[in-house]
Write a protein that binds this ligand. Structure first.
Ligand SMILES: C[S@@+](CC[C@H](N)C(=O)[O-])C[C@H]1O[C@@H](n2cnc3c(N)ncnc32)[C@H](O)[C@@H]1O
Length: 390
């Protein structure tokens, strides 16, 4: 990923985003992080009489847009500048529509960004462990929008379904109105596998009980939609999860209630490799057919004691495209596990029930549904603990 996260939106998705905004005659439309102008072009086709404004930190982008989009007011600025409104000469709270595909990068947690979140109706988000540019672009867009104005934004899976961002989703549901969430197919951007979503958000007006969630194909066509109670979106906002929730919630006891502990390895693959002693990593699952017979390895005299898996422990892959299929039970021995692997420890009585379910087609399907993540696909500890085991 380059340092400005320049992944440009394909025309079909820009058109889908613009068409999903139900405002007919906007006066001002903004595009923060305008890039090559894909979203603005779609917006210009839809709203011919509006005034358009675009901002990008990359001088070269702005220079070439000055040629291709001469009817857009363009600014070579940082979109997260707290004085942006003055610099682009647009009043805070005056914009009708914002279209955006922000950079997805980590951002230092500073007081000025906390202020921006608070004044944009995202005050719980200040408590998040870390900030990201996508989160702050939402805040900046919201601060410029007028009440009832609409933001159409392309977001990564982290904000949509990651547990670290539940407080952010709570803010959206409580203080704004989510009009639609559209899950896009994976790999729609060149050079990244990021899973992305279009979020259509109305500023203020938190009245809707039900929210439409949809799925779109590679051509930018909606293939399926249904309504979800808005409060259910705090946990996760992705279509696949809600569409499959019935299967997930069918019956059984939560894994957390059946086990003594669910733990993630505490040392990375790289560090374990450096130590040079035997260990178990995600790449080892395929060498064993659901059962692991290992030596009684010992790890004395290390600075940090690794998490060990022993007879009866169940191991599950935590990250990667196929982690939902990475499940085995340790039949003998003792081995360190990497931080890409979960260890489930339970009474002997429950071991069989858990491994039989997790290795069944239904268990594998449900683990697949639980996965989310921007690039690496991850099963979160919370999702895993909540999984119902028949
Ligand atoms: C993911 S690209 C999307 C571009 C375009 N909106 C689109 O949909 O194709 C993000 C854009 O934001 C710009 N950008 C990154 N950080 C920025 C910042 N702090 N302020 C303004 N623009 C920024 C990048 O140069 C890039 O053009």
């Amino acid at each position: 990923m380059n340092e400005l996260a320049q992944f440009f939106t394909k025309e079909v998705f820009s058109i889908l985003l613009a068409n999903s905004i139900k405002i007919n005659d906007p006066k001002i439309v903004i595009d923060l992080g305008i890039g090559d102008g894909s979203l603005t072009s779609a917006a210009q086709k839809r709203w011919k009489n509006a005034q358009f404004c675009g901002v990008d930190l990359d001088k070269n982008r702005v220079e070439s847009l000055n040629v291709t989009h001469s009817n857009v007011n363009l600014f070579n600025l940082n979109s997260l500048d707290l004085n942006l409104s003055k610099k682009i000469n647009i009043k805070v709270g005056s914009v009708d529509i914002a279209v955006c595909n922000p950079p997805y990068l980590n951002l230092e947690k500073t007081e000025k960004y906390s202020q921006l979140l608070t004044k944009s109706g995202l005050k719980n988000s200040v408590k998040l462990i870390s900030y990201t540019t996508d989160l702050l672009f939402i805040a900046q867009n919201l601060s410029l929008l007028k009440k009832g104005g609409i933001l159409g934004i392309i977001l990564p899976a982290g904000l949509i379904s990651g547990h670290n961002f539940e407080l952010f989703r709570k803010d959206l549901v409580s203080n704004h109105s989510i009009e639609n969430i559209i899950e896009l197919e994976s790999k729609i951007f060149k050079r990244t596998e990021a899973k992305t979503f279009i979020l259509i958000l109305k500023k203020g007006c938190p009245k809707k009980d039900l929210v439409l969630i949809s799925k779109a194909n590679k051509k930018g066509e909606i293939t399926d939609s249904f309504a979800v109670p808005k409060d259910d979106l705090v946990y996760r906002m992705d279509f696949d999860y809600h569409a499959n929730k019935k299967t997930l919630n069918s019956s059984g006891k939560s894994l957390a209630n059946l086990v003594e502990s669910i733990k993630r390895g505490n040392i990375s693959n790289l560090d374990l490799r450096r130590i040079g002693l035997p260990y178990f990593h995600t790449t080892d699952f395929k060498k064993h057919d659901g059962r692991l017979f290992t030596e009684n390895n010992s790890y004395n005299n290390l600075d940090k004691q690794p998490l060990l898996a022993m007879q009866g422990d169940i191991l599950i892959g935590r990250v990667g495209k196929t982690c939902h299929r990475q499940i085995l039970i340790v039949e003998s021995g003792c081995i360190a596990i990497s931080d890409c692997v979960y260890r489930i420890r339970s009474s002997k009585k429950n071991q069989k029930r858990i491994i039989d379910y997790l290795q069944s087609e239904e268990g594998i399907t449900n683990l697949k549904i639980l996965k989310h993540g921007v690039c690496a696909q991850v099963i979160s500890l919370k999702n895993l603990a909540n999984l119902l085991i028949k």
